[in-house]
Design a binder for this molecule. Sequence first.
Ligand code: SF4
Length: 324
Amino acid sequence: MFTTTLAQRDTTQTSALPLDLFAAIADLKKELNAVILAHYYQEPDIQDIADFIGDSLQLAKAAAKTNADAIVFAGVHFMAETAKILNPDKLVLLPDLNAGCSLADSCPAEAFAAFKAAHPNHLVVSYINCSADIKAMSDIICTSSNAVKIVQQIPKEQPIIFAPDRNLGRYVMEQTGRDLVLWEGSCIVHETFSEKKIVQLKVIHPEAEAIAHPECESSVLRHASFIGSTAALLKYCQISPAQEFIVATEPGIIHQMQKLAPSKRFIPAPPQNNCNCNECPFMRLNTLEKLYWAMKNRTPEITMSEDIRLAALRPMQRMLEMSA
Ligand code: SF4
């Protein structure tokens, strides 16, 4: 019941990489009639070659609309699974199968089934950053763009479980005044930002606006002038009169921020330690080279049982209807 399957053929590369990877990928795109969807947290080269760049909601909508025969998903595993849920007949490729997600992993299916059983009569609203198995146990999926809007549409007397991100759940509770039963999951990247270092940065850059993703802890969110999904942060930094921003989300988004607002300065919010922990190690597993090999070899491919897919599709469709 809980296991989605992944089909991976032998990926041993026997030929050399082409000299012009960008041209080779463009040729493969034509050959496969493929579309390349990339998350904002991907490396700049992948963002630049993608047909569509977006956050989880935008990518889910793009995956639902595409007429291509193949979807090359430059993101993490649950995102490629989402594309497969919406497109059972298409070939869905993920450049590196190990591109998982600490947040999705923090909500294992068996444990969540027991949690759900312990809260009968609760509606389950799950953040899209979860496995197909968790989606299949949910009533409505949400993203960071529409979580508040979706919870606001649910009748007040209806008790709700919110999974798997406790920080987004707390943020939704604050915004809606609803009392949600939270699954205690979190993202290793968004929990790494240091409140102390953000405050220090604000002292050094008094004109800078701090902007943050709602997956961050409330100690970080309280210093933000604006809180929103990656797409909302991108839009905000273009319309705000501020010239400097402290960005508390995965720094991959800064590539697009810089492209869309070239005269402005974007300072990545620092992690607690002197490390690169503010970069998602899973997103960074995808590279242009792996993307090329995935298209060339038609693998790794995402597959799942039809039972799970259909069960996961219903709450996805509810989300798309409720956020239209
Ligand atoms: S940034 Fe966090 S939530 Fe997003 S893919 Fe990486 S681990 Fe998962």
